[in-house]
Design a protein around this ligand. Structure first.
Ligand SMILES: Nc1ncnc2c1ncn2[C@@H]1O[C@H](COP(=O)(O)OP(=O)(O)OP(=O)(O)O)[C@@H](O)[C@H]1O
Ligand SMILES: [Mg+2]
Length: 313
């Protein structure tokens, strides 16, 4: 194993979080490709209301809630809907089936999901756990080895990750407490659960990534496994930028643009150094791919850069 490389052979769940808009969904799609590319059957899961990942993986599949759609061999997408997930989970413990159907018709589940504090988070993260569990809740569902969860931004992301621990502490007995404890154990185990935080090379997102690591330590007793510094501009100008700058007269707009670009790259490098200094977890760098960052080819390029850090190539 290369020094600084993570051990991911036992990894079952990858949770991706970070400040809003820093590239969590893009990195989630790239991580799912990296695991699938290493021959691990992988499902990329979004929370309800999000539908970015199928397109990033080059598929029109919607990944209907409660179902996984296979977008390439061994690469799946799904959307987690807390209410549908709760009904599936209750199917494990509510017998007979007719009683469950009465509860569904009476909208007892939707009331629980929307009214009980933290219920939606608890069910969503439990569903993410279930996607790569050896025994699926609904018989006949595909078995997956790895789930990559595109989690919400920092504060909500920590809330989601902390909900099983919080719940297991409140409710000491009963099937929900038992289930919550099992999920909490997975989330606290760095060998089976990777937590990946994403930042971009600017002051506030770097601060937020550092605070996030502290919050994770506090709530889960562990920090992130990996920090991704996304959207780095190389200090070198592209061939075309260099040519334009070279051909320009002093004081021309092209030369000023090249200077600004170099200045921005230098400020980014300082933020990268800050993140490396302040982060206990390894930091992996991803380039700014411009418009290609939103395409399947771009996601594949990012995936190839992430794979070595995960020991997957
Ligand atoms: N490495 C990259 N190169 C170029 N563009 C990128 C890169 N990473 C992300 N982007 C672009 O940045 C924007 C935000 O990315 P993304 O949607 O993945 O962020 P997010 O953290 O999931 O956002 P949100 O908090 O809204 O869910 C998108 O337009 C995406 O295509
Ligand atoms: Mg997103």
């Amino acid at each position: 194993m290369v020094p600084g490389q993570l051990r991911t052979d036992e990894c079952r769940l990858v949770v991706v979080t970070g400040k809003g808009g820093v590239g969590k969904s893009t990195v989630s799609a790239a991580l799912a490709l990296a695991f699938a590319g290493a021959g691990r059957d992988t499902v990329a899961a979004e929370l309800s209301g999000q539908a970015r990942i199928p397109a990033l993986l080059g598929s029109a599949a919607s990944g209907a809630a409660g179902r996984e759609a296979e977008v390439a061999p061994g690469t799946w997408v799904t959307t987690i809907d807390p209410e549908a997930a709760l009904v599936e989970w209750a199917g494990q413990i509510v017998r007979p089936r007719a009683l469950l159907e009465v509860a569904v018709r009476s909208r007892a589940f939707s009331g629980f999901v929307s009214a009980a504090p933290g219920a939606s988070e608890l069910i969503s993260i439990t569903k993410a756990w279930e996607l790569s569990a050896p025994e699926r809740w609904v018989s006949g569902s595909a078995r997956h080895e790895v789930t990559v969860l595109d989690a919400p931004a920092s504060g909500h992301g920590v809330g989601l990750l902390a909900s099983p621990t919080t719940y297991a502490e409140i409710a000491r007995v009963g099937p929900i407490a038992t289930q919550a404890r099992e999920v909490a154990q997975l989330l606290r185990d760095p060998r089976r659960c990777l937590i990946v935080t994403v930042a971009i090379p600017e002051e506030t997102p770097v601060n937020e990534a550092v605070e996030l690591a502290d919050r994770l330590e506090e709530k889960l007793g562990r920090g992130p496994s990996l920090v991704v510094m996304n959207g780095l501009l190389g200090e070198e100008l592209s061939d075309e930028e260099a040519r334009t700058a070279h051909d320009s007269v002093p004081g021309s707009p092209a030369l000023a643009a090249a200077d600004r670009r170099r200045g921005l790259a230098r400020r980014q490098t300082r933020q990268l150094e800050r993140l490396r200094e302040l982060s206990a977890a390894p930091v992996v760098e991803l380039p700014d791919l411009g418009a290609a960052g939103a395409t399947p080819d771009g996601v594949e390029e990012l995936s190839a850069l992430l794979a070595p850090a995960l020991g997957l190539s």
